[in-house]
Design a binder for this molecule. Structure first.
Ligand code: URA
Ligand code: SF4
Length: 251
């Protein structure tokens, strides 16, 4: 399964590297398909490559990437534990915002990546990624909150969790602090997403928080977290017994 996913992701990446579907191909150095663990349960989706990403062909390798790695480290995760990609795979010149027709042209690649990865959680980084998964939302209102994902995105059964873009956090210490608070909720969002996918939400979880558009309880966020891989040792929490309400206290 892992090999099949890896191969399917590589097919998509090859198409992205040769893509001329929108004008961004004219000014890119390298396209940036995305990278990470093909078996991960968590996909981070940014906006588009910047200067460093355009040079290296890899996502989040510049200053914003440095902060993303620190955010992940704060919950005990590494970038290799997750999959990291972007809404548009080629750098908008001068780091301008991606345009609607560019986002639309590139969307099938992200959709196919999500179909292959079948993540439990999609973490959106910034406005453009948020708009793709939580239409109509405003970042200032939905950052740090969880929303069901439309399977039409390619993620058949996932929760979206919205965060500010790391580049915004680099510009504002307030946004940076908020980003650390927000990312601390991701492990408990993953636990809830696993329960929803297993069809057995823990009674405590469902009674403590509405199933839709909720803020993860911050009390569970400070504790140790499982690696976001179904086959990892800590994955015992992936399939909690329906009658075991104590599962969440593990976190
Ligand atoms: N910003 C993004 O949105 N994506 C990257 O890959 C790098 C910076
Ligand atoms: Fe193709 Fe996406 Fe690059 Fe546009 S941004 S050229 S659609 S890969």
């Amino acid at each position: 399964m892992r090999d099949e996913r890896q191969a399917a992701l590589e097919v998509i990446a090859s198409e992205v590297r040769a893509c001329t579907r929108c004008r961004l191909h004219e000014t890119r150095t390298l396209a940036v398909p995305g990278e990470g663990d093909p078996d991960t349960e968590v996909v981070f989706v940014g906006e588009g490559p910047g200067m460093n990403e355009d040079r290296e062909g890899r996502p989040f390798v510049g200053r914003a990437g440095g902060l993303l790695v620190r955010l992940l480290a704060s919950i005990g995760w590494q970038r290799d534990d997750v999959f990291i990609t972007n809404v548009v795979k080629c750098r908008p010149p001068g780091n301008r915002d991606p345009e609607a027709d560019e986002i639309a042209a590139c969307a099938p690649y992200l959709q196919r990546q999500l179909e292959v990865l079948d993540p439990a959680v999609v973490v959106t980084l910034g406005r453009f990624s948020m708009q793709a998964f939580i239409p109509g939302a405003r970042i200032g209102q939905v950052h740090g909150t969880t929303h069901p994902v439309d399977p039409a995105t390619g993620a058949a059964s996932a929760l979206a969790f919205a965060m500010y873009h790391p580049a915004a956090a680099l510009r504002s210490s307030g946004v940076e602090q908020t980003s650390f608070e927000d990312v601390a909720r991701v492990p408990s969002v993953l636990v809830r997403a696993r329960e929803l996918r297993a069809g057995s939400p823990a009674p405590d979880a469902s009674s403590a928080t509405p199933p839709v558009t909720t803020t993860a309880p911050s009390t569970v966020a400070a504790a140790p977290v499982p690696p976001p891989r179904p086959d990892a040792p800590a994955a015992v929490v992936a399939e909690p017994a329906p009658d075991d309400a104590s599962q969440l206290t593990l976190f």
